[in-house]
Structures are given as C-alpha cells and as structure tokens.
Design a protein around this ligand. Structure first.
Ligand code: PXP
Length: 250
C-alpha cells in the first residue's frame, strides 16, 4: 500500500510587501496586513528577512510581527553579531541563517556552512540555547549538509534558485540534486526545507520531494497578489503543493 507523505508546510515570505512600501516611504502596504492575510489563506508560517541595509523589512516590522501575529515567524538573518542580538531579543520560532552581500538583489547562493564553521558554531549554539529553531540556507550539497550537522543545526533550507532558473534537462538535473540532498537530510536527521524562486509552474516537483517539510515562498506570491489578491494567490499555491504531494508516494 502506498503511504501518504507527511504534511508540507507553506511559509509565506512578506519581504516584498515592505519593498513596495519602502519605494514610497510611509506605512503602506503594511507587511503585517499581509501576514494576517497569509494566515487567513492557510499559510503555516511567516518568513521575513531583516537585511543589514533594511532595504525591505525594518526593525519595527519584526517587533510588530512578534507582538501581533500568531503564526510562527521564520526570521532570516545574516551571521552577524547585530542580527544575533536582535534574534535573541525577539526569540522567534525559527532563525534561518542566510549569506548576505550588500550588492546582491536577492540571496544569490547558499551559506558556506563548511567554510564558516568556526564563525557559525557559537551563533548556532546561542540561538539554540534561547530555544530558537535554527535553520541554515545552503546549497543542495552533501558537504554543506554534513557541516550543518556538525554545527548542531536541526534544519536546513535547500536553495532552489538554480532549479527555478534553469529549463529542460538542466532543470531536471537540478531537481535530482535537490531530491538527493533531501534524502541525505533524512539520513542525517536534518529537517528539510526548500525555498527561493518557487512559483506555480515549478512548485509541484519540489513539493513532491518526500523529505521536504516546508517551502518558503515570497516574491512570486507578492507579484501574483497584484493581479489576483494575496489570499487567492496563497490558496492557489497551497492547492498546487497539496495536489503534487497527494500524487507522490512515500
Ligand atoms: N528562503 C530563503 C532562505 C530566502 O532567502 C528567500 C528569499 O528571501 C526565500 C526563501 C524566498 O524566495 P522567493 O522570494 O524567491 O520566493
């Protein structure tokens, strides 16, 4: 008999609501309102990235998300003392450590968990000691996964950017790479999340990866919301994820 796959959570990244707000200054559109609508639409969590340059989410957004939203917050941060202090002050449900370069438009690659072991080790320990679930945003590469284990991180988020950008056979190869990494997560005892670049037309095969437990999706949903509204956009993403998951087998 074919067993159903374990549930797959949807984390909605609201950064780009703040991008639009900041284009004009002022308070609108409000990322908090987006978080409330995401909850109404069936999201399982909210993701927000407080960048060093505060280009989208700003400190007061994090304060308000923590104070006013019931969904768990996945707080994306760079591995800096400043961000560690902010995370420890707010104690969100999860902290996802991401690489950050000022000049990049978005998070372009995974964290070098292997190369930065000594820098990351105390940070992961302090977040964990504060009861924060630590996740590392890494490439789908066995060396990075083994490093996540060595660092004591219980979760990794696999960077899906290349899979989303490529087409045809190259995309199929990238999907296999993500699936192999997710399998390795299972063997290593890491919880597997996947994110970056996911959209209606590419989410299905990723949602069908058995070991995946959470997808984090932002830019596409906020863009789609301009045309159909945020709640319908999230509901459609949820439907596509659930459909792909139901068709797959454990
Ligand atoms: N996961 C992580 C760790 C990210 O850094 C981002 C982008 O901020 C996302 C998921 C969401 O990616 P996108 O906005 O392309 O859906």
């Amino acid at each position: 008999m074919q067993a159903a796959l374990p549930p797959l959570r949807l984390g909605v990244n609201i950064d780009h609501v703040a991008t639009v707000r900041n284009a004009r200054g002022g308070a609108m559109p409000d990322p908090l309102r987006a978080a409330r609508l995401a909850a109404e639409a069936g999201a399982d969590g909210i993701t927000a990235h407080l960048r060093e340059d505060r280009r989208h989410i700003v400190d007061s957004d994090i304060e308000r998300l923590m104070a006013e939203i019931d969904l768990p917050l996945n707080f994306e941060i760079a591995a800096t003392e400043e961000m560690l202090a902010i995370a420890l002050r707010h104690r969100p449900h999860a902290a996802c450590i991401v690489p950050e370069r000022r000049e990049e438009r978005t998070t372009e690659g995974g964290l070098d968990a292997a190369g930065q072991h000594n820098h990351l080790k105390p940070m992961v320990a302090r977040l964990r000691d504060a009861g924060i679930r630590v996740s590392l945003f890494v490439e789908a590469d066995s060396r990075q996964l083994e490093s996540a284990v060595a660092l004591g991180a219980p979760v990794v988020e696999l960077h899906a950017g290349r899979y989303c950008e490529l087409a045809g056979e190259e995309r199929a190869n990238e999907l296999r790479r993500l699936a192999r990494a997710a399998e390795a997560c299972g063997r290593l005892g890491l919880e597997c999340h996947i994110g970056h670049g996911l959209a209606y037309d590419n989410v299905g095969p990723v949602a069908a990866i058995p070991q995946a437990r959470e997808l984090n999706i932002g830019h596409f949903l906020i863009g789609e919301a301009i045309f159909v509204g945020l709640v319908p956009a999230i509901r459609e993403m949820r439907r596509l994820m659930d459909e792909a998951r139901a068709r797959a087998v454990a």
